[in-house]
Design a protein around this ligand. Structure first.
Ligand code: ASP
Length: 348
């Protein structure tokens, strides 16, 4: 008989933490007992599921770096006791939380799977049950030596398992709410769950899990658009305490060639503000220098974000600024490194 597996199921909130009362039709937050009532399968498998609910539940619009740290601490403190971890989460900011956790949990050797649903439990066509039960199966899947099949922070949603820091919410209504535009899914769950080991990252098992919860929030996103004014750009770049900017550019990383824009960016980088070029396109990579319109950015001291998502770039900046304190050069070096699969770059 197989050894009993165990998962810690952390319930943070979002739609998946709501139930629709079958009699009144009203939506209300579920508690741990309701989860078990609506998903009796949680008790039937050879898997011990311990439930840790947030009190109160939160809509994921209210997620914050403080809560990411809380989640990272929960995983760290319970790490030896479970085979895997599930975090149920609202879909709206799930990709930010997954990205943040991928940086805060270094040398992760067990699965941390975030999931949620588009429809609450108890609704006839709810996707909650399928998403959660498959996530649990994935989080406890091990090879013959007892090592996790997917030792990464992931998002499981709508039949696909994605690397968390490659994922973006793409649909407000569709059951396939997420997509990883620049990296193939790590697994696909049909009748069988098909894993793609060549896409999965495996840690050095001799290294212990290291927790990094020092986060610096002095970061912002500046999205370019035709007609953006000098006042807007200057106001953003002169934000008090600002340390880093995700500059959302066009296409392969291009920006207008106005002198005032390049001067404003150059002035900011010379003041030690880190500016990273991130394309507004969902797929593909920044290629600085391919067009004159991005060569100018390079000359202004802007660095390339390659094919990283906005969610991963923002959280990577917060994490690196927290870790490296005032060592801006170190932050810039690490931005150009693939730390945990967030970027396609060959210089690990
Ligand atoms: N507003 C909800 C949330 O992100 C939506 C969801 O759960 O899908 O918490």
């Amino acid at each position: 008989m197989n050894k009993e597996k165990s998962v810690l199921l952390v319930l943070t909130g979002g739609t998946i933490s709501m139930v629709q009362d079958t009699h009144t039709g009203a939506l209300r937050p579920a508690d741990a007992a309701m989860f078990r009532e609506y998903m009796p399968e949680l008790l039937h498998n050879n898997i011990r599921v311990e439930i840790l609910p947030f009190e109160p539940f939160i809509d994921s619009s209210d997620m914050s770096p403080h809560i990411w740290s809380r989640l990272a601490n929960i995983i760290y403190d319970n790490y030896p006791a479970y085979d895997g971890f599930i975090i149920t989460h609202g879909t709206d900011t799930m990709a930010y939380t997954a990205s943040a956790l991928s940086f805060t949990l270094e040398n992760l050797a067990k699965p941390v799977v975030l999931t949620g649903s588009q429809l609450p439990m108890g609704v006839l066509r709810s996707d909650a049950k399928e998403n959660l039960l498959t996530a649990i199966e994935i989080a406890t899947e091990q090879d013959e030596e007892g090592n996790a099949i997917v030792p990464e922070v992931c998002i499981f949603f709508g039949e696909k398992l994605y690397r968390g820091n490659r994922t973006t919410k793409r649909a407000a209504e569709n059951f396939s709410a997420f997509k990883s535009y620049n990296y193939e899914p790590l697994a696909v769950a049909g009748v069988h769950i098909k894993y793609f080991p060549h896409l999965i990252r495996y840690p050095d098992l001799r290294k212990p899990l290291v927790l990094h919860t020092e986060i610096n929030q002095n970061v912002t996103i500046l999205k370019l658009f035709p007609g953006i004014s000098e006042e807007t750009v200057t106001a953003v770049l002169n934000t008090n305490g600002l340390k880093a900017v995700v500059l959302e550019t066009y296409g392969a990383g291009n920006a207008p060639t106005n002198d005032w824009l390049l001067e404003a960016l150059k002035n900011a980088t010379q003041r030690g503000i880190i500016i990273v070029d991130k394309t507004q396109c969902l797929s593909g990579s920044v290629e600085m220098g391919r067009y004159e319109t991005s060569l100018n950015l390079l000359q202004a001291g802007v660095i390339s974000g390659y094919d990283i998502t906005t969610e991963a770039l923002l959280t990577k900046l917060m994490y690196l600024l927290g870790e490296c304190k005032n060592d801006t050069e170190r932050v810039k070096q690490l931005l150009l490194k693939n730390l945990c699969g967030e970027i396609t770059i060959d210089n690990e």
